[in-house]
Design a protein around this ligand. Structure first.
Ligand code: MG
Ligand code: MG
Length: 255
């Protein structure tokens, strides 16, 4: 079922989204060469605690997962695409890091992700991150009243293909509100003019995940969570929670 949010609910989601942005910023600030991924999680966790927010990631166990997720962020490094577990890995010069974080505040949820480099970046990684950002921007630009979900999906896919990047077929964005994952699914590929119609008050997490090698296949680590590119190429993942409004798309997960 798709819940269309009231304007009051959108304001509540904006506050949850602000906490997500603050937690991501804290994780990014702490991400320097030699720092453990676990410390990025601690930085994000401190922001959620300070804000009185609950983590929808901590303890989350979807059907594909063998164990409850143990952290408030996903930290995916280099060839890891999404769902990396922040462990004792120490960041190295030139790493490409994607951090995903959610927050539930007063019953409403936000979900966002950032990708960035640590130390001296590889030019190809900066290009990959820029392409992923362009895919997200195109998806958000298509998130307008009168369009359908397929217009968002198509816009994201067009950018990814132009950049010669791959994307997994079975992971993408989603409705969001009282829960982190709600209907409708927001695939990262699709046909324009198809799918659920976009209306004022619909809230979506839009999240392109691009793989530099151009393949759409991925593999799953033995931990059952971490998804990696099949060819060892690097991956990036950027996400915002967005409200469709009659005044245009409104990004809820900004500072
Ligand atoms: Mg997310
Ligand atoms: Mg999401």
């Amino acid at each position: 079922m798709v819940e269309i949010k009231t304007d009051a609910a959108l304001e509540m989601m904006r506050e949850a989204g602000r906490v997500v942005a603050q937690a991501l910023e804290a994780a990014r600030r702490s991400a320097t060469v030699g720092v453990r991924l676990r410390e990025l999680d601690e930085a994000a966790r401190a922001v959620l605690t300070e804000a009185g927010a609950r983590s929808p990631f901590l303890g989350y166990q979807p059907s594909f997962a063998p164990s409850p997720f143990p952290a408030v962020i996903c930290a995916s490094v280099n060839d890891a695409l999404v769902h990396g577990i922040p462990d004792d890995y120490r960041l190295r010069d030139g790493d490409l890091v994607s951090i995903d974080c959610g927050a539930e505040l007063d019953g409403w949820t936000g979900d966002a992700a950032i990708s960035f480099t640590v130390g001296t970046p590889r030019p190809a990684d900066l290009e990959l991150i820029a392409a992923t950002q362009r895919a997200l921007d195109a998806g958000i630009a298509a998130a307008t009243v009168g369009h359908r979900i397929g217009d968002i999906s198509h816009a994201i896919n067009a950018v990814a293909r132009t950049a010669d990047c791959g994307m997994p077929a079975d992971f993408g964005g989603h409705g969001i509100g009282r829960q982190m994952h709600e209907d409708p699914h927001v695939a990262n590929r699709g046909r324009p003019g198809r799918g659920f119609p976009l209306r004022h008050g619909l809230t979506l997490a839009i999240e392109p995940m691009l793989m530099a090698g151009g393949r759409d296949e991925y593999r799953t680590d033995p931990d059952g969570w971490t998804l990696r590119t099949i060819d060892g190429s690097r991956a990036a993942h950027i996400e915002h929670t967005v409200a469709i409004t009659r005044d245009g798309p409104r990004v809820l997960t900004l500072l």
